[in-house]
Ligand binder design. Sequence first.
Ligand SMILES: Cc1cc2nc3c(=O)[nH]c(=O)nc-3n(C[C@H](O)[C@H](O)[C@H](O)COP(=O)(O)OP(=O)(O)OC[C@H]3O[C@@H](n4cnc5c(N)ncnc54)[C@H](O)[C@@H]3O)c2cc1C
Length: 317
Amino acid sequence: MQGENTIEKVRCLIIGSGPAGYTAAIYASRANLHPVLYTGLQMGGQLTTTTEVENFPGYPDGVTGPVLMEDMRRQAERFGTDMRFGIVTEVDFSVKPLRVTVDGEKQLEADSIIIATGATARYLGLPSEERFRGLGVSACATCDGFFYKGKDVAVVGGGDTACEEATYLAGLCRKVYLIVRKNYLRASKAMQDRVFNTSNIEVLFEHNTKDLYGTDMGLEGAHLLYKIGTPEEKEIDIKIDGFFLAIGHTPNTEVFKKYITTDEQGYIVTEGKSTRTNVPGVFAAGDVMDPVYRQGITSAGSGCRAAIDAEHYLAQL
Ligand SMILES: Cc1cc2nc3c(=O)[nH]c(=O)nc-3n(C[C@H](O)[C@H](O)[C@H](O)COP(=O)(O)OP(=O)(O)OC[C@H]3O[C@@H](n4cnc5c(N)ncnc54)[C@H](O)[C@@H]3O)c2cc1C
């Protein structure tokens, strides 16, 4: 039994319970690293917020996000992962062993740490976005685009991601509106060319989304404001079944930033093809270090790599 002020010692600490964290836990526990995993507030990660997942291998008939994550959790526990509910609130990576505080009070010392805290998609903040989340509103075209085959959809954003998502959806959907706040696209010239050369994409420059509407069955359309705050301001209505946010993600790295190198968007920078961060013994896996792919399977893959990297590191200590 640990006393109140005793610092617990851990060989491998995993922070986060999405596909990256759980996969790292499966590998680390099978390698006898006795991992302790802190789930954070969202046990099971982002996939617990979605219904059908059709692109995770091994589930030929699809699976719901919560069931998939529950399966992963049970698999990690089967090999002895110590699963705990708690949020990492502070770290000190200037010392060895590495120091971590959970929920503002519990202290741990870890020989190795795998950060798998994910990234959070940005939304516009409209109450109707919440209402239609999973019923037409999505922040991931690769994940949900297929459900809108042959339908009309809109993408919000003016950067590379928005243009990429719009062209991806144009290959599936009948019509794609690209809603852009400014009177220009921020995307690279090549991406812009792809958008302008795709006949079923209509770019709506200088439009803001005022509200979304529909029924309990799902989204039916959006009210947009053209040239907001000018004498030319007017409201237009577009009928759409899907509304895709592509205005960026916020990697959950705030608590690590003092020690861990991140890029200009806040994603953790890892060394070459490894999951090694700039701090020896600290590894990163999943969406938190991946501004490009951000999928369940890619996160699981990097969770596996992080556990193997941690195992090699611990073997050399
Ligand atoms: C609506 C939606 C639908 C999606 N559909 C699909 C799909 O169909 N197929 C697909 O492949 N991908 C899909 N994705 C993307 C997929 O969910 C992500 O790529 C994947 O979940 C990323 O996994 P991760 O382990 O890196 O992080 P996450 O799943 O984001 O998990 C992060 C974890 O870190 C924890 N955490 C954060 N901060 C702390 C902290 N300080 N201390 C402790 N824990 C912390 C959180 O509680 C959470 O458990 C979808 C995403 C969304 C939002």
